[in-house]
Write a protein that binds this ligand. Structure first.
Ligand SMILES: C[S@@+](CC[C@H](N)C(=O)[O-])C[C@H]1O[C@@H](n2cnc3c(N)ncnc32)[C@H](O)[C@@H]1O
Length: 268
């Protein structure tokens, strides 16, 4: 596990690709190093639709947070595996609709930490906080998040593109279950991850893993659906990302559907 107290310069590891920075490159951002761009290009060469998967996941984030704020009345969010700030970060979507919303971000990447200020510039009525922690350190996350969020009131837990960062040995299912167990009834989980449904993508990720500072683990759509165990799934269930409540007129052809699954579930 990366030790957050290590010196920032040590933790940056600019000689090896980091998932937050490769993701930023795929989304067209500038917060990445040549090694991340090289790694992103390597994935794109093998699987040209990968940048689309990244864009679709961000669009799902916006639709899910919009739904939770506007329709479900959620005013508190815990966003784990935040990524580098980009358009429509969780607090921006939520606070646009409900300025009093409180958002806690969690990531273990040192570059995300250095950009955290952009994630903390919320509305005066609301509150944003950033926790430099590893998702496997559930106790620290819950303890720190409780300084900003009221755990007696519903919380929207967003985990997009994060559980795939953990190998099976780290028990990703148990981690999600421990986090959900800490939330009160009426809370929600929004989760999205890449699926192992394309042999070409599986091969591209194997190559990425051989060079990266961490590894990514594509899983079956059934394994991703299992994260919602015990929750009431909102329609249309756990589906390919673009198919989760698409915007009117949004194209749903095979290319746009991509190899990733997403869903939103409510804790009864
Ligand atoms: C693929 S990006 C997704 C970013 C954002 N959620 C999105 O959907 O655009 C994955 C993020 O998870 C973070 N991450 C990876 N492993 C992590 C861990 N063990 N604990 C906390 N964050 C982690 C990375 O630093 C990166 O920012």
């Amino acid at each position: 596990m990366d030790n957050p107290s290590r010196a920032l310069s040590d933790r940056l590891q600019t000689d090896r690709p980091h998932s937050a920075r490769v993701w930023n490159y795929l989304l067209g951002g500038k917060d990445n190093y040549p090694v991340d761009a090289e790694s992103g290009d390597m994935i794109l060469q093998a699987f040209p639709d990968f940048a689309q998967i990244a864009r679709l996941q961000r669009a799902f984030l916006a639709r899910a947070v919009h739904h939770l704020t506007a329709e479900a009345g959620i005013r508190q969010f815990l966003d784990i595996g935040t990524g580098l700030p980009t358009a429509d970060n969780t607090h921006e979507v939520a606070q646009r609709l409900a300025p009093e919303s409180r958002v806690v971000y969690v990531d273990n990447d040192p570059l995300v930490l250095t950009h955290a200020r952009a994630l903390l510039a919320g509305t005066p009525e609301g509150e944003c906080a950033y926790i430099d922690a590893d998702v496997r350190d559930v106790d620290t996350i819950l303890e720190q998040a409780a300084k900003t969020l009221d755990f007696s009131r519903p919380i929207g837990l967003t985990m997009l593109g994060i559980m795939g960062q953990l190998p099976d040995e780290d028990g990703p299912q148990a981690i999600v279950e421990r986090l959900v167990a800490a939330l009160p009834s009426g809370s929600y989980l929004a989760l999205s991850d890449g699926t192992d449904t394309s042999e070409t993508l599986n091969e591209a990720i194997r190559t990425y893993n051989a060079h990266s500072a961490s590894s990514y683990h594509l899983r079956s759509p059934e394994r991703i659906a299992a994260y919602f165990h015990g929750l009431e799934l909102l329609d249309p269930g756990v589906v390919r990302t673009a198919a989760w409540r698409p915007e009117p007129g949004q194209a749903l052809d095979d290319a746009s559907l991509g190899h990733a699954a997403s869903g939103v579930g409510r804790k009864p």
